[in-house]
Each structure stands twice: as structure tokens, then as C-alpha cells.
Design a protein around this ligand. Structure first.
Ligand code: MRU
Length: 386
């Protein structure tokens, strides 16, 4: 069954949706993900910026489909959404099945495996699924009333909602720490969309920009369009426009030109996975920006919650890189731009070596090189990825 679409506003939102103000004083009133009893509601990022519509998922399989087709995207946002998918799986199993903890566990493991397989690079997805697994395993181990499917489903819904709220809180803290790195008048380059749309709200790299813009006058943003999916041109530009933060959109091949002319004061990007040594996987094109930044002495900051840190992966070489359909490169919005038969590749992410990173901004503070010990220390303060 296809997930349902609702146009122009959150389902059931009405005036309340209009009155909603984003976290941290943000003017962006849309919600990326809402986890409710029996449904997960997503703003449709395939339709933005031209249409604000919502997709309602009622099964974990619908959630998996919407992560795979990038209706929802961005590492923290897909983790939160997957947690909502597990809550739906539990509700489905509780409604349909016998009072059998073994069958419930099997259904939840099946859902977790299906959700986990959707996108391989963002470790936040696995982080969120592990969080959910620890809830259902604890409930099943407790036995008695707590292990009955309906009770487990209730506990999983509450945990998924808490993961959502916790992600917003982490982003606000990242923004606060990161704002201290920027100065009045800074012209900041960002790549892809690491904003409210890529998280439960506020954003990581754009959270830093939002927070800096609220503190320092004259902050402006260079927005890389981010070929081939155009997360920058479609989503980051939209967020900044709604927010009233000045920005200029450039195509990805223009960054070197503006750095050489001294018109970029810093780069702030998000991350899909950070290895134990500080190597960073992020949207394809990030690595090239880091090389340019180094060449021109421009600071290169990565903003990410600890759920993006994967201490089990030693270096960036161990990070799986998602390869998407080459048609996303040879065509544009369904229209062919390369000749028939043209072969293409579409790695969705690349790895920036730790040596190219000036600092990693997390919710527990700003980490500086050497990143190995800094990340290990940060992970002792909060739970990192698997
Ligand atoms: O393919 P996407 O759009 O999911 O890629 C998103 C990015 O690369 C973001 O920079 C990253 O997930 C960090 S989002 C806070």
C-alpha cells in the first residue's frame, strides 16, 4: 500500500501548525518527522521546495520505502524515522499476532533488518535500531505484563518519540558549540543539506549557521547546489530563505573560484559516519571541498551528533559507500541530459580524511585533532554509534 499524501500543512495541523515555531527560535515551522501512535508522518523532501506536502506511513515497510526513495533523507532524520518504523512494526505485530513474545521478537528483527538495509552509509540508522532493540530486549527479558506485545509496542513508541526529541536537543547543543567558532560577517560554505530537514529539527551544519546568525551580525552562506540530487539548491536554499539568513547558491564547481578570491571564510558540513580516527563520510563532493579548504587555509568544520560516530570502524576505508542509480546522474527530473547509452556512476558519499578536518562539533563540545582520543573521550560522555 502506498503511503498517503496530505497537501499544504501537517495532517490535522491547521492553525496549530501555522503557529508552530521551530526549535531554538527557528522560523522554520515544518516538522521533518512526526512519530504518532500508528503512523509516521514525513515532510516530502521530493516535493520541496515547490510544494509542502506530507506523507503518512502506517507500516514499517512503507517507512523503509520512503527512506530508500529519499522522501526523508539526512543521517539523523533517517535514524529517527527508522525508530518510528520499528514502533509501527511492534504495533502491527501486537494488533495481529498472538500473545507470543517469540513471534514479536521475530517480527521486530525482520523490520529492523529491512529498515537497516535501506541506506548503508549513515550509521545513525543502525544506532537508532540498536536503541530500539535494547528497549524490546529489556521488555522481553522482564517477562510478565511488560513483555506482552501491546506493552512492548507502547514502550517502543515512547522510545522512538524520545529519540526524535533527543535529536532536536543534540542539534541545539551542536549549534551552540559551533556558533563560537564563527565570527560576525563570516561567509560560510555548506554542502548538501544538513539542516532541519536532515534531522528531527534545527540541523547540524545549518544548526551551527542558525545559531551563529542569531549571535553574530552579518553571517551569510554559500550554498553548494550538490549534484546530482540537489539537496543544496532545493532544501538548504529553502531553509535559509525561510529563516531569513542571506545566502547565495553556487554550482559545486565554483567553490575553488570563490576560495581563491578570499570570499569564503569557513566550511561547515554534516556527516553520515565518522570513523574512530576522525575520517568523515559525507555527501559526495565534501572531500573535494576539504582539499580546496586546506589549499586556501580556510577552516573546515564537521558538525554531527555522537550517533554519527562509529568507533567500531577504524578508518574511513571501512565505511560502506552507497552507490545509487546512475540514472540520477544521466537524467534531471526524469529528463535525459546525457546521450542514450551513456554510462555513469553515482557514489552518494565520499570520505574526507581526518587530516582535512579542522574540528568536529558535537553536542558535547568542539573536538580538535588528534581526533582518535578526542572521539573516544566524547563517546565516554554519550552513546556513540555501533
Ligand atoms: O543522501 P542524503 O541527502 O541523505 O545525504 C545527506 C548528507 O550527506 C548530510 O550531509 C548528512 O546526512 C548529515 S545531515 C545532518
Amino acid at each position: 500500500m502506498r503511503a498517503q499524501h496530505t497537501k499544504n500543512g501537517r495532517p490535522g495541523g491547521g492553525a496549530a501548525a501555522d503557529a508552530h515555531q521551530g526549535p531554538g527560535g527557528s522560523r522554520l515551522r515544518v516538522r521533518t518527522v512526526e512519530i504518532r501512535p500508528g503512523e509516521v508522518v514525513l515532510i516530502d523532501q521530493l516535493a520541496l521546495p515547490h510544494e509542502e506536502r506530507y506523507v503518512t506511513c502506517r507500516t514499517w515497510r512503507e517507512v523503509a520505502d520512503r527512506i530508500r526513495d529519499m522522501t526523508v533523507r539526512g543521517a539523523p532524520a533517517i535514524g529517527v524515522t527508522a525508530a518510528g518504523g520499528v514502533a509501527l512494526a511492534a504495533a502491527e505485530a501486537a494488533a495481529a499476532g498472538p500473545d507470543d513474545p517469540g513471534a514479536l521478537r521475530a517480527a521486530l528483527e525482520q523490520a529492523a533488518a529491512g529498515l537497516s538495509a535501506t541506506r548503508p552509509t549513515a550509521v545513525n540508522l543502525r544506532w537508532a535500531l540498536d536503541e530500539m532493540r535494547s528497549v524490546w530486549e529489556a521488555a522481553l527479558a522482564a517477562g510478565g505484563a511488560a513483555s506482552r506485545p501491546a506493552a512492548v509496542a507502547d514502550a517502543l513508541l515512547l522510545r522512538a518519540q524520545a529519540i526524535h526529541d533527543d535529536d532536536v536537543d543534540r542539534c541545539l547543543r551542536i549549534g551552540g558549540h559551533g556558533a563560537g567558532l564563527l565570527r560576525a560577517g563570516d561567509r560560510i560554505l555548506t554542502h548538501c543539506n544538513a539542516g532541519a530537514l536532515a534531522t528531527a529539527g534545527y540541523g547540524t551544519a545549518l544548526g551551527v549557521v542558525r545559531s551563529a546568525a542569531a549571535r553574530h551580525p552579518g553571517i551569510s552562506v554559500w550554498v553548494d547546489e550538490t549534484r546530482p540530487w540537489l539537496q543544496g539548491a532545493r532544501l538548504t536554499a529553502w531553509e535559509l530563505q525561510v529563516e531569513g539568513i542571506p545566502y547565495r547558491l553556487i554550482s559545486d564547481n565554483m567553490a575553488g573560484h570563490f576560495m581563491r578570491r578570499g570570499e569564503i571564510d569557513g566550511v561547515v558540513v554534516g556527516a553520515d559516519r565518522i570513523a574512530a580516527d576522525g575520517d568523515v563520510a559525507n555527501k559526495i563532493g565534501t572531500y573535494s571541498l576539504s582539499v580546496l579548504a586546506r589549499e586556501h587555509g580556510v577552516p573546515f568544520y564537521v558538525a554531527a551528533p555522537l550517533s554519527t560516530v562509529d568507533l567500531a570502524t577504524e578508518t574511513g576505508d571501512g565505511i560502506p559507500i552507497e552507490e545509487r542509480d546512475p540514472a540520477e546522474v544521466t537524467t534531471f527530473r526524469g529528463e535525459r541530459i546525457a546521450p542514450e547509452g551513456a554510462e555513469a556512476r553515482h557514489p552518494a558519499f565520499d570520505v574526507t580524511p581526518a587530516a582535512g578536518v579542522t574540528a568536529i562539533v558535537t553536542e558535547v563540545g568542539v573536538l580538535r585533532p588528534p581526533f582518535g582520543p578526542a572521539l573516544a573521550g566524547a563517546c565516554a560522555l554519550g552513546r556513540c554509534g555501533p
